[in-house]
Ligand binder design. Structure first.
Ligand code: F6R
Length: 364
């Protein structure tokens, strides 16, 4: 049942305020001043290192979480793609907690990576959407993301729910390790509780996003750029676009532009930039100027201050509300998903069942 939407993907994008709200309320029940995990047996105080492993979109959720765990909790994190991790046979040092992220909980490579860590890591956590899945069953603690059934092959609401749960885990780690003061924890928690409202505002930007998407639908290639927390999101935006519109898309950390990809820029190349006005914004503005000087076309996703600060010459601007900086990857996932969705709709591709892809990859 698509609940009045044209595609399951559209329905699942629209459901995000509700499901993220449910995920936040699950780990931060009303009145709670700290993150509550089931069983509450996890203490990050004596964890030395995290290893996070996943595939595809779930891998990008892990890459985002690396920034959170390192910046908020001072915890070193190694992130790997499951198919690389399992065959590389990396050393898993003592006092390592391993975290596996999977919507289906059945991805063959992720499950094999989990089994590889079984007797090596101190603790195995999983972040899953299907609580009775193999990955959930084989972990010491499975944290549900509560996204509800995801039918569209391209993951949307599962991604933002994974991010929400991982952020709450990072906040808990920061509190356990004495890295975040009470005030900061309270600030972040109240910002998280306000996230569904901010996501509703992002969903309201449909018109501007459709306009940008119509332009993207004529491109052969699209570049995505982001810095810091926006870099993994750029990777996710590029993956979404190629999966459902079949337009070739690539993502780079903005700072890498001049180390190669700038050679691709000409008047035919749209460049989608995710850049809230944060501490890294000015650096990203100079990257945008480098693109525009070569006639590349910028689609800027930013807040009011960022759009004003970027000056003239931007091809399309998509306006996001202002949120606590740690929340930006969750909020900016909405325009990333909607850009891919409307581009695919403009091209007339099969949004819910893209060619060659399966919802759950249970073979290697
Ligand atoms: C992308 C997508 C895939 C999955 C990947 C992992 O839209 O859906 O990249 O994220 O196959 O799947 P799970 O999360 O089920 O392990």
């Amino acid at each position: 049942d698509k609940a009045g939407h044209k595609h399951f993907m559209a329905k699942e994008i629209a459901e995000q305020p509700a499901v993220i709200g449910a995920a936040v309320a699950h780990y931060l029940p009303a009145g709670a001043q700290s993150v509550q995990l089931p069983g509450d047996t996890v203490d990050f105080a004596d964890v030395e290192r995290l290893v996070m492993v996943a595939c595809g979109t779930a891998y990008y959720a892990c890459l985002t979480a690396k920034y959170w765990f390192e910046q908020l909790a001072g915890l070193p994190v190694e992130v790997d793609i499951a198919s690389e991790f399992r065959y590389r046979e990396p050393p898993v040092t003592p006092r390592t907690t391993a975290i596996f992220v999977s919507q289906s909980g059945e991805t063959a490579d992720t499950l094999a990576a989990l089994r590889y860590c079984r007797d090596k890591a101190d603790r195995i956590l999983s972040v899953v959407n299907v609580p009775e899945s193999s990955i959930a069953r084989e972990s010491d603690l499975a944290l549900p993301i509560l996204a509800g059934t995801e039918i569209g092959v391209a993951s949307t609401k599962a991604f933002t729910c994974q991010l929400s749960v991982l952020l709450m885990l990072a906040i808990k780690a920061a509190a356990d390790r004495g890295r975040l003061g009470e005030v900061e924890v309270a600030d972040t928690i109240s910002a998280l509780r306000g996230l569904p409202a901010a996501i509703n505002l992002a969903l309201d930007q449909g018109k501007a996003i459709r306009r940008a998407a119509r332009r993207l639908s004529e491109a052969r290639d699209v570049l995505f750029l982001g810095r810091g927390l926006m870099y993994p999101l750029a990777l996710e935006g590029a993956l979404k676009l190629k999966e459902i519109s079949y337009i070739h898309a690539e993502a780079y950390a903005s700072g890498e532009l001049k180390h190669g990809p700038i050679a691709l820029i000409d008047k035919h190349m749209p460049v989608v930039v995710f850049a809230p006005r944060d501490a890294l914004f000015d650096k990203t503005v100079s990257n945008m100027q480098e693109v525009m000087a070569r006639k590349g076309k910028i689609v800027l996703v930013s807040d009011d201050a960022g759009i004003a600060g970027a000056g003239d010459g931007v091809w399309s601007a998509i306006r996001m509300p202002q949120v606590h900086p740690v929340l930006s990857p969750i909020l900016y996932a909405i325009p990333a998903q909607l850009l891919a969705y409307h581009t695919a709709v403009a091209k007339g591709t099969d949004v819910d069942q893209p060619r060659n892809l399966a919802k759950s990859v249970t073979v290697e």
